[in-house]
Design a binder for this molecule. Sequence first.
Ligand SMILES: NC(=O)C1=CN([C@@H]2O[C@H](COP(=O)(O)OP(=O)(O)OC[C@H]3O[C@@H](n4cnc5c(N)ncnc54)[C@H](O)[C@@H]3O)[C@@H](O)[C@H]2O)C=CC1
Ligand SMILES: O=C([O-])CC(=O)C(=O)O
Length: 350
Amino acid sequence: MRTSIVRSVQSAIARSSSSSSRTYVCARAYSSDSVPERKVAVLGAAGGIGQPLALLMKLNPLVSKLSLYDIAGTPGVAADVSHINTRSEVCGYAGEEHLGKALEGADVVIIPAGVPRKPGMTRDDLFNINAGIVKSLCTAIAKYCPHALVNMISNPVNSTVPIAAEVFKKAGTYDEKRLFGVTTLDVVRAKTFYAGKANVNVAEVNVPVIGGHAGITILPLFSQATPKANLSDEVIKALTKRTQDGGTEVVEAKAGKGSATLSMAYAGAIFADACLKGLNGVPDVVECSYVQSNVTELPFFASKVRLGKNGVEEVLGLGPLSDYEKETLESLKPELLSSIEKGIKFANQS
Ligand SMILES: NC(=O)C1=CN([C@@H]2O[C@H](COP(=O)(O)OP(=O)(O)OC[C@H]3O[C@@H](n4cnc5c(N)ncnc54)[C@H](O)[C@@H]3O)[C@@H](O)[C@H]2O)C=CC1
Ligand SMILES: O=C([O-])CC(=O)C(=O)O
């Protein structure tokens, strides 16, 4: 992903001698026969995450159609990114009456629609607003692109993914292989924080992160981190806590102006790229994601997942855990279960 973005940017700069100005909503750049046609839709594309995510997906050579949907503001975002001379055609859709067109034929739908946290709030405090948004967007997905891979970013992810599953079940379109809670930002943070403490090249670091995506439900497995480093128990605990509180660290630093957007867009682009590679048959694509799972007794759980032509090819096991990780895993289960149940209840009563 990193290499392909750099290549796209480099070749875009090399080709930047002439660009025409376009004022229409859909703009085609150029086509390529070497990779399959893939449509990616971003719902909430005019927001803090949506805009940089739209940029990063426009730089992805695996995307042939980029569909940007929001309740307002998307024609401007679409016109802007459409001038970037990369493969994809870009279309901007604003307003619910255009949601069907935005979704039709999508292979991957990324959902960063909804309100972000302010200081003092938990992700669960977003439930009342975001649950309804996610429910209505997923109802439309079931209707217009029931086979798309859905990348859920909207918080609280621990509940919005079960809501999506229930909506799809009711519509008769649920396929557990195609629904993903995006927890990649937890992995991105764990890698960065670990590299800093272990004094290793961050580009080589791998750290699985399991559980869910809120506070103590986020469990980075530093015992499995590579390259190996001899970190003390205290340092591992501090790294775990910092990863769990990474979102809050950004919310506080932004002081009322929202939560992580740029790092989230990066993480979302990494995960969508992995989904596209899996769909295209690239072997051994593995990312952590919050999916329907039986690796624990909880119905949804984040762990390493192998991606393939149908979405989830295999939910991988947790591997060996340290005593600290075993204890932390047990203590996160009640909160995660209650967030899952809250989502299921919401979807079935409203
Ligand atoms: N999974 C993760 O790791 C992360 C998740 N998030 C979550 O992502 C969500 C979005 O965050 P930001 O982009 O910062 O918020 P934002 O407020 O900047 O953007 C949200 C966008 O969603 C749009 N929107 C609202 N209702 C909509 C609907 N019914 N259909 C389509 N679009 C709709 C808004 O118009 C807005 O443009 C929040 O819930 C936030 O908590 C944020 C960071 C990390
Ligand atoms: O903390 C938040 O509200 C946004 C988020 O999920 C993150 O940054 O991990």
